[in-house]
Write a protein that binds this ligand. Structure first.
Ligand code: GLU
Length: 467
């Protein structure tokens, strides 16, 4: 069988964590089987659908590396096709026009609820043989008896009694087909073999299967993936933090970290946590998707991101971090200098945004952290800073960290100080902070000119406070 999966987002918002996981599962399943992956936009809701959202979803898919073999299709461009199938069902008596007004339906719904019954369309227009007319909708005839079994690839068989289903609307009075209808016609005409989607759609699936059968077609196989919960075990939503994929990009997450994180929301392979994309394609299967809800854990995502930053080459990181530096006003930086600077922070930065913050002092004179300045840039360190500035100025070799350390130690000893009594003020003078990469590493990378000028600036700062 030629496997074909699809991802059909509604462009009514950004691609969020849950949608991205669905897309990833469909993509991996197709790639694993050497099949095809289709992208299509379910934009029949013309009021809520926006082209900007479709664009943003495409951008997020590309950033994640989830490429598609067909599409993007737009349901809004396929209305003629849907109409043909509606006509077919009407002609065959498998669907009918209904003239019940929303007010009548609402009144019946209320009555049913009052009687403690499940509200359901009562079939008033089923046998009236009506034709089209203003305000009329088309309903699909559910077989009155029997049941439909969804043979779910994750949950196993789930049976739905036809008594529980009602003759649902497939064409609205404004001529727009409903989701239930368009999704089936699309999956049918695009020859989708596997539908992998959130289990919030499980109750819709018997309706879809019945439509496929009414059209004389074999339904695809279905796999309903358990939902994602927030850390507080309620359904994942905005309350739990950034939900859109592009927000993660803008915060400095790497796409491979997000992919690795998303796949583990429901899928597992022993207790392995870190997977390359190639490995995922090889190992992915629906059998390894669990039946219970997955819990979103932002710390784990951050941990994975730190892992991928650590393992990335300084060369790649340089191009990735440049936009983040630009946001901080640092542009046109020397590539070699940037790469060496990255090597000094790469093991500690958890996101690219954090990395840019950590790198900032290499490119800009630092703003002193007020607490650090108060503690370490004090009048009593002036003699040491002045001596140091003088001696460093004479030092011909800045690239030798050992030599720098020797100079610091010699000076400390001579002045009756501990190394750290000199090192911390210098660190604050050079970086503005009390925590930074190794001091001698920084000095050697910053180079003579920057180091001397920053020491002088710190000296002036202390003097200005004294005055
Ligand atoms: N547009 C639907 C959604 O975003 C697609 C559901 C499906 O996969 O059939 O939930």
């Amino acid at each position: 069988m030629n496997i074909k999966t699809r991802f059909p987002p509604s462009p009514t918002g950004h691609l969020h964590i849950g949608g991205a996981r669905t897309a990833l599962f469909n993509w991996l399943f197709a790639r694993h089987h050497g099949g095809k992956f289709v992208l299509r936009f379910e934009d029949t809701d013309q009021e809520r659908s926006r082209p900007e959202y479709a664009q943003a979803i495409l951008e997020a898919m590309k950033w994640l590396g989830l490429d598609w073999d067909e599409g993007p299709y737009y349901q809004s461009q396929r209305f003629d096709l849907y109409r043909q199938y509606i006509d077919q069902l009407l002609e065959e008596g498998q669907a009918y026009w209904c003239q019940c007004s929303p007010e009548e339906l609402e009144a019946k719904r209320k009555k049913a609820l009052e009687r403690g019954q499940k509200p359901k369309y009562d079939g008033t227009c089923r046998r009236l043989g009506l034709g089209p007319g203003p305000g009329r909708v088309v309903r699909f005839k559910i077989p009155p008896t029997g049941s439909t079994v969804v043979d779910d690839l994750i949950r196993g068989p789930v049976a739905f009694d036809h008594q529980e289903l009602d003759d649902f609307i497939i064409l609205r009075s404004d001529g727009v087909p409903t989701y239930h209808f368009a999704v089936v016609i699309d999956d049918l005409t695009m020859e989708i073999t596997h539908v992998i989607r959130g289990d919030d759609h499980l109750n819709n699936t018997p309706k879809h299967i019945l439509l496929f059968k009414a059209l004389g077609a074999q339904p695809p196989k279905f796999a309903h993936v358990p939902m994602i919960l927030g850390p507080d075990r309620t359904r994942l939503s905005k309350r739990h933090g950034a939900m859109s994929v592009l927000a993660y990009r803008d915060e400095g997450y790497l796409p491979q970290a997000l992919i690795n994180y998303l796949v583990r929301l429901g899928w597992s392979y022993g207790d392995q946590e870190i997977f390359s994309l190639q490995e995922l394609i090889e190992k992915f299967s629906l059998e390894n998707i669990g039946r219970s809800a997955a819990v979103f854990n932002p710390e784990k995502l951050l941990w994975l991101n730190a892992h991928y930053i650590k393992s990335e080459s300084p060369e790649t990181l340089a191009s990735l971090v440049r936009p983040f530096l630009a946001r901080l006003g640092v542009e046109n930086v020397d590539e070699g200098y940037l790469r060496r600077a990255i090597e000094t922070v790469q093991t500690r930065a958890k996101t690219l945004a954090e990395m840019a913050e950590m790198l900032l002092f290499y490119f800009k004179e630092p703003d002193y952290d007020p607490k650090a300045a108060q503690k370490f840039l004090k009048p009593e360190v002036l003699p040491a800073l002045e001596r140091l500035a003088g001696e460093l100025k004479e030092l011909p070799e800045f690239s030798n960290e050992e030599l720098l350390e020797k100079l610091f130690r010699g000076l400390a000893e001579e002045m009756g100080l501990k190394l750290k009594n000199i090192a911390q003020p210098v660190r604050v003078a050079l970086t503005g902070k009390t925590v930074s990469p190794g001091l001698f590493e920084i000095i050697s990378l910053l180079g003579k000119e920057r180091v001397i000028s920053r020491l002088k600036r710190a000296i002036e700062f202390i003097k200005s406070k004294e005055a």
